[in-house]
Design a protein around this ligand. Structure first.
Ligand SMILES: Clc1ccc(CN2CCN(c3c(Br)cnc4[nH]c(-c5ccc(CN6CCOCC6)cc5)nc34)CC2)cc1
Length: 287
């Protein structure tokens, strides 16, 4: 027999569940409305069994720990969480514009003006996160949402950590957005330069519709380590080309020196010699 409502999940009973907004690794996200206030939100419902099966407890714990302490217009709102015997529920801001990668897929690529607006917004969100000594580490169009007025919102803090960090999380999913230091096998400590590199990858993808190092898995790895970016198409302005290139070289520099040397123009920045300068040695890590 169906249990009387009082015994069902008290918190869940506070919400009316609407259309599913998407499926992910450990669960789904639904449009939801808080009954008393009428407030519209996105309810991320994670399945505990699937989380345990993938040994992703730390991933989820970190997502809640980090995300619940953030409050910024360029970061998807996190309003709270609750759980029952089978599921974990995250109460998140509803981004009315949906996922940025769907917009990019639909439009092919963005104009330089629109790309510049998005890069500026992601930069402000990153400045906020880095100011709190947090690296996102998993920035990609799939994890960027659009608000009602087309403003960008960073989401999914499952891979975020406090800088610097030498965690060796298992990296899964695409390598396209990861900088050399995160895919080379040596034990390294990640700095915030990780997110700066990814901003360069995002800029390239906004302008062309493809990530700069996209290739077969093995060749993507080699391209990234050698900073062997696929050439930008001729329709890209020289200023945009310079911006994308600098984010890969300045990042390499700041990573090497362990501190940001922002503001240094390219002419003063020693540009690496041949690609051979970067060792591609060391056992490949395919976790
Ligand atoms: Cl566990 C998990 C489950 C699913 C996902 C993938 N998405 C992560 C982001 N999700 C959303 C979140 Br969180 C917060 N607000 C959202 N708003 C939307 C959304 C909003 C509107 C639409 C409809 N489109 C909007 C653009 O025009 C065409 C119609 C589609 C999606 N998705 C989310 C949706 C699901 C990630 C992890």
């Amino acid at each position: 027999a169906v249990k009387p409502p009082i015994y069902q999940n008290l918190h869940l009973g506070l919400f009316e569940i609407g259309k599913p907004l998407g499926k992910g690794k450990f669960g789904r996200v639904y449009l939801a409305r808080h009954r008393d206030s009428g407030y519209i939100c996105a309810l991320k419902v994670l399945n505990k069994d699937e989380i345990s099966r993938e040994a992703a407890e730390t991933h989820v714990r970190r997502e809640i720990e980090v995300h619940s302490n953030l409050r910024h217009p360029g970061v998807l709102g996190f309003y709270g969480w609750f759980h029952d015997s089978r599921r974990i529920f995250l109460i998140l801001e509803y981004a009315a514009g949906g996922e940025l990668y769907r917009v990019l897929q639909r439009e092919g690529r963005f104009s330089e003006r629109r790309a510049a607006k998005y890069v500026a917004q992601v930069t402000l969100s990153l400045l906020y996160l880095h100011g709190k000594n947090i690296m996102h580490r998993d920035m990609k169009p799939e994890n960027i949402l659009l608000g009602l007025h087309g403003e960008l919102k960073l989401a999914d803090f499952g891979y975020s950590v406090h800088a610097p960090s030498n965690r060796r999380d298992t990296l899964c999913g695409t390598l396209d957005y990861l900088p050399p230091e995160m895919i080379q096998s040596r034990e390294v400590s990640y700095t915030k330069a990780v997110d700066q590199w990814t901003l360069g990858v995002l800029t390239y993808e906004f302008l062309t519709g493809q990530p700069p190092f996209e290739d077969t898995v093995a060749l993507t790895r080699r391209r990234i380590v050698n900073r062997d970016m696929k050439p930008l198409p001729s329709f890209i302005s020289s200023e945009a080309k310079d911006f994308v290139n600098s984010s890969f070289f300045i990042t390499q520099l700041s990573y090497q020196d362990g501190h940001a040397r922002a503001g240094e123009s390219r002419s003063q920045v020693p540009i690496p010699q041949a690609a051979s300068e970067y060792s591609t040695s060391g056992p490949d890590r395919d976790d």
